[in-house]
Ligand binder design. Structure first.
Ligand code: URA
Length: 304
């Protein structure tokens, strides 16, 4: 059985990381305090973007007090070429503040709520939404007080002030959403919105038939019960198994604690999905821009 990403490019305590995107000189030898951030072009190759760049994608001043033509705003947001956006409008697929707009040329402001096919479109280009694959050994912090390798080291060359949506343990790899949209980040972490997270865990022991049922019914932990929304065995080998668990819990070490309590300590843990966002083939230490649709789906998950 081969677990996906069994080990990322960096192992905690294994000295200088080998993968791209890792800061040089920020390890045990660097002493107290924060080591120098890596500079662009030295350790990180350029990042791919998932937002299509249309040949006639206009740049607009979204804060123009007179507003901007709807089709131009949509094209600037990367929904499609201006012609495609005009067609979307005339086909009645665009709503502004809950009203379908079929006329071309309507001027609107970026503060207004625009949906295409029911998906909210973020019109403010200064908003950034990234799917980051946190490598093993990296602390979930934008600026770790103890000078350990953290997420901030991977995005040091970005000008926005980014927040991480939730946390992963240093020894967990996988998807972390990074954004400068504070309200969305806050809501996605709030238990009220119950955003689902999907993990692949390599666990010790043979999986008994009733494990899924027990996890769905709930496991009692010292700080209260936890239950999964779904569970499946992906693969198994003598003495270990690869399982997928989906839950909307955000408590510390929740997957490890739950599976250990159920009798199957976690050997490796990877988060593959947050709400509607998949990690995909983004490599550890790399990020990709979320598409407009993905951002819209996150808005929906956060009831925004
Ligand atoms: N649960 C854990 O145990 N660890 C993580 O990093 C995330 C969820």
């Amino acid at each position: 059985m081969t677990p996906p990403n069994p080990r990322g490019p960096h192992r905690p305590g294994k000295g200088k990381p080998t993968g791209q995107g890792k800061p040089a000189g920020k390890g045990k030898a660097s002493g107290p305090g924060k080591a120098k951030r890596p500079t662009a072009g030295t350790t990180r190759p350029s990042q791919p973007t998932a937002v299509p760049q249309w040949p006639d994608r206009p740049t607009v001043d979204v804060h123009d007090p007179d507003g901007v033509r709807l089709q131009k705003l949509l094209a600037a947001a990367g929904v499609g070429s201006r012609r495609v956006c005009e067609n979307l409008i005339t086909q009645g697929r665009v709503e502004v503040d809950g009203q379908v707009v079929t006329e071309l040329g309507v001027r609107i402001k970026a503060t207004q709520n625009v949906h295409v096919d029911g998906i909210r479109i973020q019109l403010d280009e200064s908003r950034v939404y990234l799917a980051f694959n946190k490598p093993l050994g990296v602390v979930t912090s934008m600026s770790d007080e103890l000078g350990r390798v953290d997420i901030g080291d991977f995005v040091a060359n970005r000008k926005e002030r980014l927040f991480h949506v939730g946390r992963l343990d240093a020894d967990t790899e996988g998807l972390l959403i990074l954004t400068n949209d504070g309200e969305l980040a806050h809501r996605l972490q709030h238990p009220r919105y119950g955003v689902l997270k999907t993990y692949l865990a390599q666990i010790q022991g043979q999986v008994p038939r009733d494990l899924g049922r027990r996890l769905r019914e709930g496991i009692m932990l010292e700080d209260g019960p936890v239950k999964v929304d779904s569970f499946r065995v992906v693969d198994s080998a003598p003495g270990k198994a690869l399982v997928e668990v989906v839950l909307h819990e955000g408590r510390k070490h929740i997957v490890r604690r739950m599976l250990a309590e159920a009798g199957h300590p976690v050997l490796t843990l990877v988060r593959t999905k947050v709400g509607p966002i998949h990690l995909g083939d983004t490599k550890p230490g790399k990020w990709r821009n979320l598409t407009n649709t993905e951002v819209g789906l996150l808005y929906k998950a956060a009831e925004l």
